[in-house]
Design a protein around this ligand. Structure first.
Ligand SMILES: O=CC(=O)O
Length: 341
């Protein structure tokens, strides 16, 4: 925002007199947004929370020009879209867009923007954290350390070595590629599967080998990292058959979306030793019901969808969303506009 003020963009947007109305889900959502963000946003917009909107639809619906959404909730559905005739842009906090009906939204002349740069580093960091935690059984070790049960400290309590192991990355977009860069520091052998092969120089920079066949990646990898977006093609990508192709010691890590995996098949594979362990930042649903088997299995490491949950990333996400909205309402090119393929 200071950048924008420096180039006078704020003034341009505010010139029209009344501030544009922006419908804000995020401020009420579970992910929360800090006070400083609200203050910054209010310099540019009349913020209307979802609760205010629902209570005073007639007052606001003609005026709302932009929507902030966060965590994919609540749904931007037909009912909401058709109640907002002045809507110009939907700014989505995060990179995944599986919760938005892009063809419908764009057919209404509404632009969608997301925040890919802000989330890719922290999500890649988390992917490595989960990989390391599962490999070295950090959660179990932590439980032992705080409540030492001497008999469990036996010589057989061992994890797996990460250094020089084979990492298979499924989905080599910006997050997958950043994971590969981190993995080079562990001297890992890197395989990847992607819709399209990356440029040869990009492969060479991280020493990654392209696997055109997912099966081949699954068979060779000690760690399988899911970093692909959720699309009709990737939904259920890892099912019973794919799990059976993996090594019995393999670890499945998911930082993408729970629906990439057939979760019942995963539970069965973890219970019966078809694979060694799983480390999941995403599940289906989120959170899991309290009696779900994934919550009790020792070989499962779970985090609650926190890929972008760093102070730095959250600041950047809000800033990117604000930049996109200001650009859209000011008639300028939108920095993170999502284009239909
Ligand atoms: O889930 C997080 C994101 O889509 O960035």
């Amino acid at each position: 925002l200071s950048r924008m003020k420096a180039c006078g963009q704020q003034t341009r947007v505010m010139e029209g007199g009344e501030l544009p109305g922006v419908l804000v889900f995020a401020l009420e959502g579970p992910h929360g947004v800090c006070e400083a963000h609200i203050v910054e946003l209010q310099k540019h917009f009349r913020l209307v929370t979802m609760t205010e909107f629902v209570e005073n639809k007639t007052q606001f619906c003609q005026k709302i020009q932009a929507i902030y959404i966060w965590g994919g909730k609540p749904a931007v559905d037909w009912e909401l879209l058709q109640s907002l005739p002045s809507l110009k842009i939907i700014a989505n906090g995060g990179v995944g867009l599986d919760h938005l009906d892009l063809p419908l939204i764009t057919s209404l002349g509404v632009t969608v923007a997301n925040t890919p740069q802000a989330v890719s580093d922290p999500t890649a960091d988390l992917g490595m954290a989960l990989l390391l935690a599962a490999a070295r059984r950090v959660l179990e070790g932590c439980r032992l350390a705080v409540a030492p049960a001497a008999e469990e400290f036996c010589v057989n309590w061992m994890g797996q070595e990460v250094t020089r192991a084979t990492l298979g990355i499924v989905g080599m977009g910006s997050i997958g590629y950043k994971i590969a860069r981190r993995a080079t520091a562990f001297e890992m052998k890197i395989l990847y599967h992607n819709r399209t092969r990356r440029k040869l120089e990009e492969e060479a920079a991280v020493g990654a080998t392209y696997c055109e066949r997912l099966d081949s990646l699954l068979q060779q990898s000690d760690f399988v990292m899911l970093a692909a977006s959720l699309t009709p093609q990737t939904r259920g990508l890892i099912g019973r058959r794919e799990l059976r192709l993996m090594k019995p010691t393999a670890v499945l890590i998911n930082v993408s979306r729970g629906l990439l995996v057939d979760q019942d098949a995963l539970v069965e594979a973890l219970q019966t030793g078809v694979i060694g362990a799983a480390a999941l930042d995403v599940t289906c649903p989120e959170p899991l019901p309290r009696d779900h088997p994934l919550l009790t299995l020792k070989n499962v490491t779970l985090t609650p969808h926190i890929g972008s949950a760093t102070h730095q990333a959250r600041w950047q996400m809000m800033r990117d969303m604000t930049d996109s909205i200001l650009a859209a309402l000011g008639g300028r090119p939108i920095p993170n506009e999502v284009l239909l393929p």
